[in-house]
Design a protein around this ligand. Sequence first.
Ligand SMILES: Cc1cc2nc3c(=O)[nH]c(=O)nc-3n(C[C@H](O)[C@H](O)[C@H](O)COP(=O)(O)OP(=O)(O)OC[C@H]3O[C@@H](n4cnc5c(N)ncnc54)[C@H](O)[C@@H]3O)c2cc1C
Length: 431
Amino acid sequence: MNLIQSHAQKRDGFVKEFALKLGVDVFTPISHTIFSPEEIIKKNGGKPPLTYQSFIKLIGLPPLPLGNGSPSIPPVGIDNSNDLPIPTLTDLGFGDVSQEECNPFIGGETEALKRMDASIQDQKWVAAFEKPKGDPTAFLKPATTVLSPYLKFGCLSSRLFYQRLQEVYRKVKKHTEPPVSLEGQLLWREFFYTVAYGTPKFDQMEGNPICKQIPWNDDDSLLSAWRDGQTGYPWIDAVMVQLRKWGWMHHLARHAVACFLTRGDLFVHWEKGRDVFDRLLIDSDWAINNSNWMWLSCSAFFSQYHRIYSPISFGKKYDPDGKYVRYFLPVLKDMPKEYIYEPWTAPIDVQRKAKCIIGKDYPEPLVSHLGASKNCKEKIAAAYALNKQIKGERNQVQLQGVKKNSSDSRNTDDVIKQPPKKLRQKKLTSY
Ligand SMILES: Cc1cc2nc3c(=O)[nH]c(=O)nc-3n(C[C@H](O)[C@H](O)[C@H](O)COP(=O)(O)OP(=O)(O)OC[C@H]3O[C@@H](n4cnc5c(N)ncnc54)[C@H](O)[C@@H]3O)c2cc1C
């Protein structure tokens, strides 16, 4: 088995080796995920399963949370005699981190358990949970659990959450199933961890074997307009402001802005959007963030690039009055609801009355959605065709290599790096 050494794996290996040299016993339980990614990859013949369904077939019964019948961690002697005060953020060199508005989520295990209990006690809600049906604009009472920051920081055990869900499922007559159920959400997390663990260069496009090679733009002005909530599309900008202020948005809101930045409108590289999320999300998680960015940009896992979210009608469908937009973009708070998702179409006297002149108080749309999305589809179609051709070429070379048992020194990677002349010409003209 050829498991890939990510930064975290290398770091852990180093710490383990260092501790062992000093005669310190090292015990490394799997606790951040329900299943062991390494075990699943082993069961799958050394390769990570690349679809959710094939992953589900492999997992078997989940281990119980510690202290619930499963073997416990050997006690570690903690010496508190030299207690030092907890350093402040300023001590750690972060300076002033005050925000315009504090995110509404309190940290810590006590809060995590309280939040989980609050979700679980509504058994009807848990039993009926269907992720794609949630309302991404429901911000005062979010449509999902908002447990992701707690899972990310280890304030909440994914195994405990999983077992508590099973208790509810046993009590109710009928409940939804993976992939859309709450259990299914936790399994998405497990699936993405497993793929991330076993895929080389998972956090980049180049050299990542599951990632489609797409000639994304490298346009920092488009990126900064998106990042700063200045695209001129209120639904997109409101989500980006929620990200900056709260560090958390509903999954479908993340879909909307990730699609818009990449394959939907701006054609900016998913790695750039990933970095912005990584910096601003309070639940930012290496495996989950990279996976979802590849998904949304149609670079891996999902390939229906012709299905593009509209930056106008997506938000409108859930919130026709625009309450979400008005909350996160107060500059538009007095815009009549007919124009709230397309304020540039409001007559000038309406804009004056709403004290919001488009182009002055709030930007004009950065791109025309219809034209931009058509362009994006064409570029992705060309990139997909090229990826397919190169893959075909590679298979052919491999086949010939086997047939001839050849001494040809050109390896398959060279084919990807240096496509034949015909393909290179196509690449230049089609992008
Ligand atoms: C572009 C993009 C980037 C994302 N980046 C992150 C990230 O950095 N960290 C992160 O935790 N989630 C990320 N997600 C996944 C998802 O949006 C969040 O996990 C979810 O919105 C968190 O809210 P919740 O806890 O209320 O979720 P719930 O719906 O209540 O789900 C419960 C738990 O299941 C897990 N989960 C739910 N959806 C997913 C998913 N699609 N993939 C993997 N695990 C999931 C999370 O741990 C979540 O807390 C991203 C999604 C997109 C589209």
